[in-house]
Design a protein around this ligand. Structure first.
Ligand SMILES: *Cc1c(COP(=O)(O)O)cnc(C)c1O
Length: 434
């Protein structure tokens, strides 16, 4: 197995896992993609409850690591990545929340960030002369997960760009208070401005010597481990329900793309729903077949405020760019903030379950699908803990949320950030580090 850039044809694939992880994005701006996806042994999936979460992760990821990390070390990386649980919690008849928020920064991105940090640490172990800089744009949760996942990793500096005033207080604390090898740049703009600057930095010849890499879901080591928990949900529900449908609150579409990869590996899934907020580039595309990226708009599910989702090209590729094949397994719907708040209220009132705004969007996605497909069982991904969106959730539900240990550890710390507004500012900062 090798990786190729989606701006090229498959036959050109000659990039190793290590190169793909270290470069993040291909030199021609394309996203890396594996040239071969081998389904898992059907008997493994049939008997999945006999395996531990770590064993399942190893089976899933090993073909994509391609022997470049020895099995023993890869198993250690997996064990350190998966230091928390992934429960499916029944919310109402035939609807489950897959809780992905039990990790150190309380969002699903902990999985990819921890896995990637450790892979990069492994590849960098023997390169004493080379400092790598992980450059990452965040709409909210990536920054904290990457900061926590990479804190103290030798040979790696982390520079996080986030849109000023557009992330929650807790999210901001998680990415601006750690110090050590982590620096936060506070950008006067929206998430797409941050993402554009990061993309431009990778292509800028004057930054060539900086050894920049990306820890956004464009990086294969962040994207692929997100397959794990789709299998864990299946493992927990397979003997109780058939026809599982996953509804994934989506922004950059990395998480749902990993779910579709899991399906390619043989995971039985009836349908995938990409639920979005009013940043509806993909829902519009599914109706019109016109892909028209827009500037992102601010919402209460801010980690999904993305106007031009990076990973959608990967999803199209998984269906050989065949729209009919795509729409047979995948649909996408958008919801407003007020619909989301109503959903949070309803879930809480009827079932006592507290969802966060992203999970609320995911719930709505399944409920709409369920109207026409009442025989199915829905799993919506609870991608972040409600406490990360304290103001919104407390106000919507008229309750006080207990503060978790993970949040207590950052909430009183001092924020440190550097304000920037242009790409030149970013370049100046990177070059000033000597
Ligand atoms: C990042 C994030 C999303 C969106 O995930 P994508 O992989 O970018 O589609 C959804 N919910 C939360 C809480 C997130 O942090």
């Amino acid at each position: 197995m090798k990786y190729y850039s989606l701006n090229q044809i498959k036959a050109t694939a000659n990039t190793s896992f290590e190169q793909a992880v270290i470069q993040g994005i291909a030199p021609d701006k394309g996203l890396y993609f594996p040239n071969e996806i081998r389904p898992l042994d059907p008997s493994f999936i049939k008997n999945i409850e006999q395996y531990s979460d770590q064993e399942i992760a190893f089976e899933i990821i090993k073909q994509f690591v391609n022997g470049e990390i020895p099995d023993k070390e890869l198993k250690e990386i997996i064990a350190e990545t998966l230091c928390f649980d992934f429960p499916t919690v029944k919310v109402e008849a035939n609807v489950y929340a897959l809780e992905l928020f039990h990790g150190p920064t309380m969002a699903f991105k902990d999985v990819g960030a921890r896995f990637m940090a450790r892979c990069l640490g492994y590849f960098n172990k023997n390169k004493t002369d080379q400092q790598v800089t992980v450059l990452v744009a965040t709409s909210g949760d990536t920054g904290g997960a990457v900061a926590s996942g990479f804190l103290g990793v030798k040979g790696v500096d982390v520079v996080i760009l986030y849109p000023s005033g557009k992330v929650s207080d807790i999210q901001e604390k998680q990415l601006t208070t750690l110090g050590q090898n982590i620096v936060a740049l506070e950008v006067d703009g929206v998430f797409d401005d941050c993402q554009d600057m990061v993309k431009a930095a990778f292509l800028d010849p004057e930054l060539k010597d900086q050894n920049l890499t990306s820890a956004n879901s464009i990086n294969v080591a962040r994207w692929l481990p997100q397959m794990f928990y789709f299998f864990y949900a299946y493992k927990q529900l397979k003997n109780k329900h058939k026809d599982l449908v996953f509804s994934v609150p989506s922004g950059n579409f990395g998480n749902i793309c990993a779910g579709i990869m899991a399906h390619k590996l043989g995971l039985p899934v009836k349908h995938f729903i990409a639920a979005t907020n009013i940043n509806d580039t993909v829902p519009v595309y599914m109706n019109t077949q016109k892909y028209e990226p827009k500037a992102s708009k601010q919402t209460i599910s801010n980690a999904m405020d993305v106007g031009n989702p990076s990973n959608f090209v990967r999803i199209q590729n998984l269906f050989d760019n065949d729209f009919n094949a795509l729409s047979a397994l995948f649909s996408s719907e958008s919801y407003t903030d007020s619909q989301t708040i109503e959903a949070l209220k309803k879930i809480y009132k009827n079932n006592g379950y507290i969802a966060d705004p992203h999970g609320g969007v995911g719930y709505l996605g399944f409920k709409k699908y369920q109207e026409k497909n009442p025989e199915t069982t829905g799993v919506f991904l609870e991608t972040a803990h409600p406490v990360k969106f304290l103001d919104t959730v407390e106000k919507a539900l008229d309750i006080t949320l207990p503060i978790t240990e993970q949040i207590k550890s950052v909430i009183d710390k001092e924020k440190t950030s550097i304000a920037i507004s242009t790409f030149e500012d970013l370049k100046n900062y990177l070059n000033s580090r000597g």
